[in-house]
Design a protein around this ligand. Structure first.
Ligand SMILES: C=C(O[C@@H]1C=C(C(=O)O)C=C[C@H]1O)C(=O)O
Length: 274
């Protein structure tokens, strides 16, 4: 039995759809759903063998290998990594104000620090448990939202920044939010099992790309999200990890290092020489 993680957001239903709906053959796996930071915690404890985690969490460890050709990436607007504010505040008005960051994010929490530092906006960061937007907006002047809570906030709250768009405007790059990783010790002891899961994930991703409307309708129904929005959203995100994304990831890690969040990071891939 292989313990596989799954991010409990609509965007991760997409690459797992074929696995979870019996559309492809899969090895003996059990799937655990949680938010990306929790998945990383469980992977580090050895409760999971393979999982998508916040890309920055990979940068903090040297005992993980990246699975090739998989990620959650956006090129410009992300639509689900947003800052919303109280009243009439714009991004540039956040100087000296408080931004609440939920416990569910690590990559976007780092990205917002990078963007604010590059824009020279000094903001107090408050880390909050849970993802209750109203509570965050009571505790601070603005809140970072990711995943489904960001999607559900569109049209209800004042959105002042899409972080994928802010990052693109500054660097011209994509933003790689999540990577699929395997614990190195598990990969060393069970390379064939890892290959089996990787094959299933890649086949499932290909199925998803070919059946985007079917899956968008399914997710929209399940999660009470507008179908049209869901279709656009799934076209906005990219689940590959091409050379361009790897280069973007390196730049993100470099800025994160400049902010003192991580040390120099080496990208180590499963099944590829260092
Ligand atoms: C685009 C997204 O990327 C997510 C953002 C993450 C983070 O900020 O740590 C981690 C995984 C991704 O699922 C999203 O879910 O909204």
């Amino acid at each position: 039995m292989i313990h596989l993680g799954k991010i409990a957001f609509a965007n991760c239903d997409f690459p797992y759809y074929a696995i979870e709906h019996g559309r492809i053959e899969v090895p003996d796996i059990s799937i655990t759903q949680a938010h990306p930071v929790e998945l990383a915690r469980r992977l580090f404890k050895g409760e999971l063998d393979i999982s998508p985690i916040s890309s920055i969490m990979y940068g903090k460890r040297d005992d993980l290998l990246i699975l090739p050709d998989l990620s959650i990436t956006s090129n410009d607007f992300t639509k689900s990594v947003l800052i919303c504010s109280n009243g009439k505040l714009e991004l540039s008005d956040l100087e000296g104000k408080t931004l609440c960051i939920p416990e569910t994010t690590a990559s976007s929490a780092t990205l917002v620090r990078i963007i604010l530092s590059l824009k020279d906006i000094d903001v107090k960061i408050k880390h909050c448990s849970g993802t209750d937007i109203d509570l965050m907006l009571k505790k601070g002047d603005a809140a970072l939202l990711i995943g489904d809570s960001a999607i559900h906030a569109i049209g209800k709250y004042r959105i002042i920044a899409d972080l994928g768009n802010e990052w693109k405007k500054i660097t011209g790059k994509k933003m790689v939010y999540a990577l699929w990783v395997v614990r190195k010790d598990f990969a060393i002891h069970h390379p064939d099992k890892v290959k089996g899961v990787l094959k299933a994930l890649l086949e499932s991703k290909e199925y998803a790309y070919k059946n985007i409307n079917e899956i968008a309708n399914y997710i929209a129904n399940e999660k009470n999200i507008d179908c049209g929005f869901m279709r656009e959203y799934l076209h906005t995100l990219n689940y590959d990890l091409d050379a361009d994304s790897v280069e973007s990831l390196r730049l993100y890690f470099k800025y994160a290092e400049d902010c003192g969040i991580i040390d120099d990071v080496k990208l180590r891939f499963f099944n590829k020489p260092d």
